[in-house]
Structures are given as structure tokens and as C-alpha cells.
Design a protein around this ligand. Structure first.
Ligand SMILES: [Zn+2]
Length: 237
């Protein structure tokens, strides 16, 4: 059974979920290999908890999680916070309906976005993306300013995920669990589309699946997937 050190864990923080979310992403080739972050809004309104930069998702421990305020100042935990913290603070500022942001560099998502094709939601796991995945096309390098973070948040709009073209993805959720699962399902959907393209392409019917996958759009669907991913992680030790 995987265990987390709890001795020094501050009360009322979401960072245990962040550690678990990082470990789940670490089993699914979402690292690059040490870049990418998971964040969660501080329930007490002090800012954002997030994974430090420079650590692989699979090796993250509670010592790698920091609380920063909206200006990036370290409030609690260990630093240094990732340089792209404005991506998290600005998306959370723009989206009061969500409490968690994942930013990472998964290979199939980056590859599909680079082709210029839209994502076609032609599988159950792609159900959450039936409304489309917006694209941020401008060259961004790293999202290190509040202005750039706000521009990215604006492009995300009310979607569940965004392609940062030539860079990576953003996935959001009402919890760390749903944000992480959204990132994993987006990567799977992109992989399926690349597989389908290599095997001759996607039929016109499946390019516009309509309501076929509406059952997979709910947080409940995402959480059932998350529960399995955590059980698998625990079973692996
Ligand atoms: Zn990045």
C-alpha cells in the first residue's frame, strides 16, 4: 500500500490530493520529464497550492508542494514554486467554478495540436471534450506573467481543457481528481485520433458524434475513472 508522510501536513490543505494527482499523472507519461504542475485553490483564500518545478510527477512528495499568493510569493510549504505559477493563479481567478488546474506536456496531445486538426470526440473517454478543445496558438514559451496567464485563461473560456499549441495542455476541474482525470482522458483521446488517422482516418459520422457520448460528460464519470487510477496506483505500491 502506498503511504504518504503525514507528520507535518498542515491542516485544511488540499496538497495530499495534489501529491496523489501527480503520482497518477506520473503513471501515464504526462511528465516532460520533470515539468508540469498540478494546483488547487486554497480553501482559506490565501492563494494556490501547487507542485514545485523540477520534480517528476512520479517522485513528488508533500515536501514538493507550496502555497503561493496571487503574486507568486511563498506563503507556506517548500519552494521554489514553478515559474509558470501565473498560469494557475490566473485560470483560477477567471474560473470560480473550478478549484484545480493541471498543466503538463503529454506527447500525443502536443502532437495532435501541432497538426492543426481539431480533436474529434469519437470515444467514450473523449465525451468530456464533445464541446471542443480551444487552442492557444500564439507562441508562449513559458507562461510567466499575469498578463499571459490571463490571456490563456480567456482562451480557455468555460472549457474543460485547452491546447497550448507547441507547448502542452491545460485541464481544469472542480477538484484535483477531475482535473487530473480530464488531462488523462484528453491524452487518450488524442492518442486514439492519431491511431485512427494512421489507419485511414475518421469517418464523417464520428467527426460529429452529436450526443453519442453525453453519458461521459459528467464529473461522476470522471470520478469513477479517478477512483480506478488511484486503486491501480495503490496496487502498484
Ligand atoms: Zn509548460
Amino acid at each position: 500500500m502506498r503511504t504518504l508522510a503525514t507528520d507535518n501536513r498542515p491542516p485544511k490543505t488540499p496538497f495530499a490530493d495534489i501529491v496523489t494527482g501527480c503520482h497518477v499523472l506520473g503513471t501515464d507519461d504526462h511528465g516532460d520529464p520533470v515539468w508540469g504542475h498540478v494546483s488547487a485553490r486554497d480553501p482559506e483564500g490565501r492563494g494556490v497550492w501547487l507542485k514545485s518545478g523540477g520534480r517528476g510527477f512520479d517522485e513528488v512528495s508533500y515536501e514538493d508542494i507550496a502555497l503561493v499568493d496571487h503574486d507568486g510569493a511563498l506563503v507556506a510549504g517548500s519552494g521554489p514554486p514553478p515559474r509558470e505559477y501565473p498560469l494557475h493563479t490566473e485560470v483560477l481567478r477567471a474560473r470560480p467554478d473550478i478549484d484545480s488546474v493541471v498543466h503538463c506536456h503529454p506527447p500525443y496531445s502536443i502532437a495532435l495540436a501541432a497538426t492543426g486538426q481539431p480533436l474529434y470526440a469519437f470515444s467514450n473517454g473523449a465525451g468530456p471534450f464533445a464541446g471542443g478543445v480551444p487552442r492557444y496558438e500564439e507562441p508562449v514559451g513559458l507562461v510567466q506573467t499575469a498578463e499571459l496567464g490571463a490571456a490563456v485563461a480567456d482562451r480557455l473560456g468555460d472549457a474543460r481543457a485547452l491546447f497550448l499549441v507547441g507547448h502542452g495542455i491545460i485541464a481544469v476541474g472542480s477538484t484535483v481528481a477531475t482535473a487530473v482525470t480530464t488531462a488523462i482522458l484528453l491524452e487518450r483521446a488524442c492518442r486514439l485520433q492519431i491511431l485512427a488517422a494512421s489507419a485511414g482516418g475518421i469517418t464523417p459520422e464520428l467527426r460529429n458524434p452529436g450526443k453519442r457520448y453525453v453519458h461521459a460528460e459528467s464529473d461522476g464519470y470522471l470520478l469513477r475513472t479517478w477512483d480506478y487510477l488511484v486503486r491501480r496506483l495503490d496496487a502498484a505500491g
